[in-house]
Design a protein around this ligand. Structure first.
Ligand code: BG6
Ligand code: MG
Length: 214
C-alpha cells in the first residue's frame, strides 16, 4: 500500500516546544516542591495536559482536589504560553520546510496530528498553518495518544485511508496511537533509542523522503 499522506506530530517533531513543555511543568513542579526531571518529562510526550499533571503529581506527598488540579494545569499553561511568545518562523525544526515541500512536489498530503490544544497558536507563530491540508489537535478529541483518535481524525479530514498514512512522532504514546490507527510510523528524537512501536527510525526529518519514495 503506497503512502498518500504524512501526519506530523507537532511538539518535538516540527518544533522544539517539547522543551517549553518541560520548562513550564518544571517551573510549576518546583513551586509545588515536587521532584521533576527530564526523564519524567519524557513520559509526558504525546499525552494530554491533565494526564501530564497526573504523572507529575505521582511524586507529590499530598493530594490535590480537582479544582486545585485545574488551577495547576492553568498555571503551567500560562508559563507555557509565555514561552510560546518567543517562537518565530525560524524555530521550525531543521528540515521541516524541506520535507513539507517534498511532499507537495510529490502530491503527498500533509497533516498535523497533535494532542496539544495550543496547536493553532504554534502553527501561526511558525507561519506554517497554510501548508497543511488538515489539522487535528487536542481541541477536537476526547482521547489523547496512545488512543488513535487524533490520527484517525486527521486521516478523515484528508479523506485518505489510515493504511495509506505515515505518522512522524517523538513520543512512545504517539507511535502506539499510529499503530492502533492502522498507520505506518516513523520515530524521531530520543524515542528512537527505546523499543518503541515504530516502523522506521529517523535521525533527521529529511530521512523521511527515503522512507516514502525510496
Ligand atoms: O497543554 P497542551 O499544549 O494542550 O499540550 C498537550 C500535550 O501536547 C503534546 O503535543 C505534548 O507532547 C504533551 O507533552 C502535552 O501535554
Ligand atoms: Mg510530540
Amino acid at each position: 500500500m503506497s503512502i498518500l499522506a504524512v501526519i506530523f506530530d507537532l511538539d518535538g517533531v516540527l518544533v522544539h516546544t517539547d522543551q517549553y513543555h518541560y520548562q513550564a511543568w518544571k517551573r510549576m513542579a518546583d513551586e509545588e516542591g515536587i521532584v521533576f526531571d527530564e526523564s519524567a518529562g519524557d513520559r509526558l510526550r504525546g499525552i494530554s495536559r491533565m494526564e501530564s499533571l497526573e504523572v507529575i503529581l505521582e511524586k507529590s506527598s499530598r493530594t490535590y482536589t480537582s479544582e486545585e488540579k485545574e488551577a495547576l494545569a492553568a498555571k503551567k499553561n500560562g508559563y507555557y504560553r509565555e514561552l510560546l511568545e518567543q517562537l518565530t518562523p525560524a524555530d521550525a525544526a531543521p528540515g521541516s520546510h524541506e520535507i513539507i515541500a517534498a511532499c507537495k512536489l510529490q502530491g503527498t498530503k500533509v497533516a498535523i496530528g497533535s494532542s496539544s490544544r495550543n496547536t493553532p497558536v504554534i502553527l501561526e507563530r511558525l507561519g506554517l498553518t497554510h501548508l497543511f491540508e488538515a489539522v487535528a489537535d487536542g481541541n477536537e478529541i476526547d482521547n489523547s495518544k496512545p488512543d488513535p483518535e487524533v490520527f484517525l481524525l486527521a486521516a478523515k479530514k484528508l479523506a485518505i485511508d489510515p493504511e495509506c498514512c505515515i505518522v512522524v512522532e517523538d513520543a512512545e504514546a504517539g507511535l502506539v496511537a499510529a499503530k492502533r490507527a492502522g498507520m505506518k510510523s516513523a520515530a524521531i528524537g530520543t524515542v528512537i533509542n527505546s523499543p518503541a512501536a515504530a516502523d522506521y527510525r529517523l535521525h533527521r526529518l529529511e530521512e523521511l523522503t527515503a522512507v516514502i519514495w525510496g
